[in-house]
Ligand binder design. Sequence first.
Ligand SMILES: Cc1ncc(COP(=O)(O)O)c(C=O)c1O
Length: 455
Amino acid sequence: MSDRKIYLEEKDIPRKWYNLAADFKNPPLPPLGPDGKPISPDMLAPVFPMNIIEQEVSTERWINIPEEIIEILYRWRPAPLRRAVYLEKYLKTPARIYYKDESVSPAGSHKPNTAVPQAWYNKQFGIKRLTTETGAGQWGSALSFACSIIGLDCKIYMVRISFDQKPMRQTMMRVWGGKCVASPSPDTNFGRKVLKETPNTPGSLGIAISEAIEDAVSDKSGKTRYSLGSVLNHVMLHQTIIGLEAKKQLESVKEKLPDVVIGCAGGGSNFAGLSFPFVCDKINGAKITIIPTEPTACPTMTKGPFAYDHGDTACMTPLLAMHTLGHGFVPQPIHAGGLRYHGMAPLVSHAIKEGLLEPRAYDQIKCYEAALLWARTEGAICAPETSHAIACAVEEAKKAKEEGKEKVILFNYSGHGLMDLVGYGKFLDGELMEYHLSKDEMDKSLEAIKDLPKP
Ligand SMILES: Cc1ncc(COP(=O)(O)O)c(C=O)c1O
């Protein structure tokens, strides 16, 4: 009999986050300011509270999770680790496929794992209101949820294309008291400028981030800060609770370290959350294949250069050393809204550079096929983002069959797709197409960074 659902007791929830920045052989490159010099932590103070900035720059290996945060996370954590026995059977694979089920959170994805600590640290610092961007709407709903539990106001700039595709996500945000507008919006100088130049733009995460930062820093009361759902070091840190729980759960069923670890990557946070504790094992000699997956429409890791670039379109953020397609990049309107980001977390990008990760790209047709196979074997309907991890898990399970190897495959089930059914409907009606970013489009987009400092 297989262990299909592997639970941890509440008392065994991890009490520290793991910081990969402590363990790299070569340190990551620092963020740079407008003068091309490394920024000092206080330069981030108009945007983030100091307690979060301290985490952002920390190189401590372990960081305590405050008890009050754990108390909120108990609403859904520890999250189950499950074994995909029905998919295994269908594929006739000797591989054992495990997945960490992050869809069980109130907002339906891994995003509340960082929304809660971010809202909590802001509240401790005396902040009253948070602004943010959202792609698919998962992050915006997670932050609305966290702000409502912790007692902060929340304004969300939602990428236009997702705003139109996923109206129910807006309702979710409103249920938790968040205010959601389509980005580009008439509410900020940058939004008005983009609307004037390109009135029909589908929007992008880069534009929405610029709007949310402008909103936060222009509040004269000094009581508004910005909150980012991915990319930055402190977000990766908060998400490591996923991988730390998964490790304990695999040990509890006497499973060895996984052979393959997989997560989809938009800004990198759910992938980092699951994989970084295993990247640590890899640095220490374990043989693990660790794969971040992305869309061929937005191939940041597999095609984009490692370069210094801004995290947003209006160039308000410091320069980050990362894989990028250029801060002005507006991806095709694929349904995995959370994977339509031009950059990649500096810690993930650095791990790629250090040879620790092996990124792969999948087109949306292959991903929806994997999502349907998942729904028709395991039963659940996954988020379009998550389908990029499932496509890879299926590929790896087939490979294990060809090789006749009993591999252990672990992937992150980053969210459910119950708010994303429009995309499924279009796929079933044959209305979706493959998108592959051409070299010409990429070169054009990368023009924007050619005069920036080089890593
Ligand atoms: C369900 C889901 N998975 C993955 C992602 C990608 O984000 P990240 O790379 O930060 O995990 C998102 C982003 O919105 C998401 O909603």
